[in-house]
Design a protein around this ligand. Structure first.
Ligand code: PLP
Length: 362
């Protein structure tokens, strides 16, 4: 801040943007070579979609279709909404969104869902060779209800996409930086994406910053003396210097043994809590499913209504926890916790206790 707070990143660069890119590229789950900066998760996704579509345009190939998961969520802007699979979010804007095709996600512990996702993908591929990209939240679909994936199933989907010339976009806005128990959700799979979107955890919640990274092969399709081939996209705050500085500091914190221990600790606490709830005497009556992956845990309640964001249980849950001085935001009937890694163990346990007490009131 003492040096300068902001500089236009179009045609210029600065030390923090370069340092962050270099540090980040070493950590990413694939041989990514280029980093594109923006300022939130939705813009990171927009950039990824534009990169993928323009890649094929620049190569003179007519590939325009985008595939995504049902119940997926990718942000609030029009492109991100188009590829999101949450219908209610999109209804008022349907006539203005581009068409995307949706497939079943490979839900954990559900052999039927894993098989169906592979079949759905194969069906889409059979419809034509015009699929430009497949976008997915690796391992956990967040806003869709904290739905956990079977890593092998997802790996199979990415493999099939790659064999069929479909670009894979991992939206790691929520799953990045340790959330799934590994540094990135994509680290659970052998098959890696061509493009990755990062935001939220990038700066550890201090300042808004986002990244869309891609491989050298992708980048080269834009490299030309002809300006029409360039990715003509950018934001006022692309690569904001303060944001980059905070992300560099955050990456250093993430490397510390204390942080790695704490991620493991939260993961273990979640595992134990899941087992405890599943053994409790009112589990069958009150709980549909407990889902856990890394530092994320979600408890889906049984109710008389359809599961999902509009389920009325949200109000009751929110009010109950607020009275206990705990601010949570359920996704309808799904109570979930995505705690900061700095959360002390007793705070996490206290929140678990509150969930147990709440279940007893049902
Ligand atoms: C997977 C995923 N993608 C994109 C977004 C959008 O990010 P933002 O809210 O920063 O625009 C979110 C936000 O929750 C998300 O979870």
């Amino acid at each position: 801040m003492e040096n300068f707070e902001q500089i236009l990143l179009a045609g210029h660069t600065h030390e923090k943007a370069i340092t962050l890119a270099e540090k980040l590229l070493k950590k990413l789950p694939q041989d990514f070579k280029k980093v594109f900066y923006s300022d939130n998760g939705s813009t990171a996704v927009e950039t990824a979609l534009k990169m993928a579509l323009q890649y094929w345009h620049n190569k003179g190939e007519s590939k325009k279709r985008i595939l995504a998961f049902r119940n997926g969520y990718h942000g609030e802007t029009f492109g991100a909404m188009s590829v999101s699979g949450l219908e209610a979010q999109k209804t008022p804007f349907l006539s203005h969104l581009f068409k995307a095709d949706f497939i079943q996600p490979p839900l954990k512990g559900r052999v039927d869902a894993v098989n169906k996702s592979v079949q759905d993908l194969k069906n889409e591929i059979e419809k034509g060779k015009d699929i430009a990209a497949f976008i997915y939240e690796p391992m956990i679909q967040g806003a869709g209800g904290m739905l956990v994936h079977e890593a092998q199933g997802l790996n199979e989907l990415i493999k099939i996409c790659k064999e069929n010339g479909i670009l894979c976009i991992a939206d790691e806005v929520m799953t990045g930086f340790g959330r799934t128990g590994k540094l990135f959700g994509s680290d659970h799979m052998e098959e890696k994406p061509h493009i990755i979107c990062l935001a939220k955890g990038l700066t550890g919640g201090t300042l808004p910053l986002a990244v869309t990274a891609c491989t050298q092969e992708l980048y080269e399709a834009f490299l030309s003396e002809d300006k029409n081939k360039a990715l003509l996209h950018g934001h006022s705050y692309s690569g904001n210097a303060l944001g980059c500085a905070s992300a560099i500091a955050n990456l250093e914190l993430l490397d510390r043994p204390e942080t790695i221990n704490q991620i493991e600790n939260i993961e273990n606490l979640n595992r134990q809590f899941k087992e405890k709830i599943e053994k409790s005497h009112h589990y069958l009556k009150t709980v549909q499913e407990v889902r856990h992956q890394g530092t994320v845990i979600a408890i889906e309640l049984k109710t008389n209504e359809k599961s999902g964001y509009f389920n009325q249980a949200a109000k009751k849950i929110g009010q109950y926890f607020l009275k206990e001085n705990i601010l949570i935001r359920p996704l309808g009937n799904v109570i979930y916790l995505v705690p900061p890694y700095s959360s002390p163990t007793d705070e996490i346990k206290c929140t678990f206790k509150c969930i147990e007490d709440f279940l007893e009131t049902l």
